[in-house]
Design a binder for this molecule. Sequence first.
Ligand SMILES: [Zn+2]
Ligand SMILES: [Zn+2]
Length: 394
Amino acid sequence: MSSIENLRIHFYGVQGSSSVFPSRGDRVAMREDADVELLRQLFSDLESRAGEQGTLDTSVEEILGGPVDRKTLLAYRERFDLPEPPIYGGWTTCCRIETADGFDIVIDCGSGFRNCARDLMAKWGDREERDLYILGTHSHYDHTEGFDQAVVCFDPRNRIHVIANRRYLRALDQHLGIFSRQVEVSLKGVMTPLSYRKMPARFDSCEIRDFDLKPPRPDHDPLVGRYHDLNEPLNIGATSIQPIEVFHPSPCLAYRIEHGGKVFVFCTDHELRRGDDPEDPRQVASLEAEERLRAHCMDIDILYRDGQFLEIEYDGHQGVDAPRGMSRMDWGHSTMEDVLAMAEACRVKRSFIGHHDPNRNWAHRQWIDQILARKSEQTGLRFQLARAETVVDL
Ligand SMILES: [Zn+2]
Ligand SMILES: [Zn+2]
């Protein structure tokens, strides 16, 4: 792989709420598309070889360039430009960032963290320095569930620094005891057979909190090793990271990540609330969070943002992949239309819309992506649904 100029971003999990894979119907449809495309290109190849009368004066071996076996057939297929089926989701939230100065940063440990950890271990090989910085957004299960399945937690050489709000740290600690080195007796084995005793990596924690509202406690805190002020950027090597408070039923952070003048904002689980009552404190808090987020997104290079619903789904006029709808207000997620409006207003160069609704089938995802491609052509900005296994360089 080429060297990293500033940041290399890997999306391992972009699925909202729970891990979801294409259904049988989705897979059949995908295979049908692939088959049709292959047959179309195959017959146009044959047509190009035909004589004036449309007849073929050749053998199958000659067309294939060898005997009819697996190897030759695969080599023949390679000549065509066949599209890959899209991987929209699958695993829940996990994003990895490699920096030009050699640091490894991960945002959230949804089920995508398992594959991410495997790649980290392959990269580190026999290296002595093995530090991983995990930025947590919020405590919900789809952002923490992959933690105890990740191979990085089981190697005593690894140092894992978790930086997040208090609830995120507590969510990881209460069943595993990785920071406090204790698990409450009543929680032992309830969610997982594992605990810190079986996880020999070295863990430490840093709590992000608003020092104006809650200054750090001077007494010993078993959950937290150190504190960081929400309003200050934190630095990992030459990378500057600004936490941003967003609006969600559980306190949630977005992150603005800057290196060498290039900027990536990762904002999962944020709701731009579409309520009618401007006095409603939730409405006020949501708008304030949206403004804060926008201020940090002006002219940035890449945005990943939660756009779980379409407007008609949020408002309850239509269900997600179902005819009957219900209002999605206060579920904690924004609409795609809101993400597009924000990205346009902030002149974001490239936007990935993620945290896909688990009920949205693959055909619907592809249809939305086609609309986003047209929107990109119209605006000169790039929009697409986030896909797992995507790597972007900045
Ligand atoms: Zn979520
Ligand atoms: Zn959430």
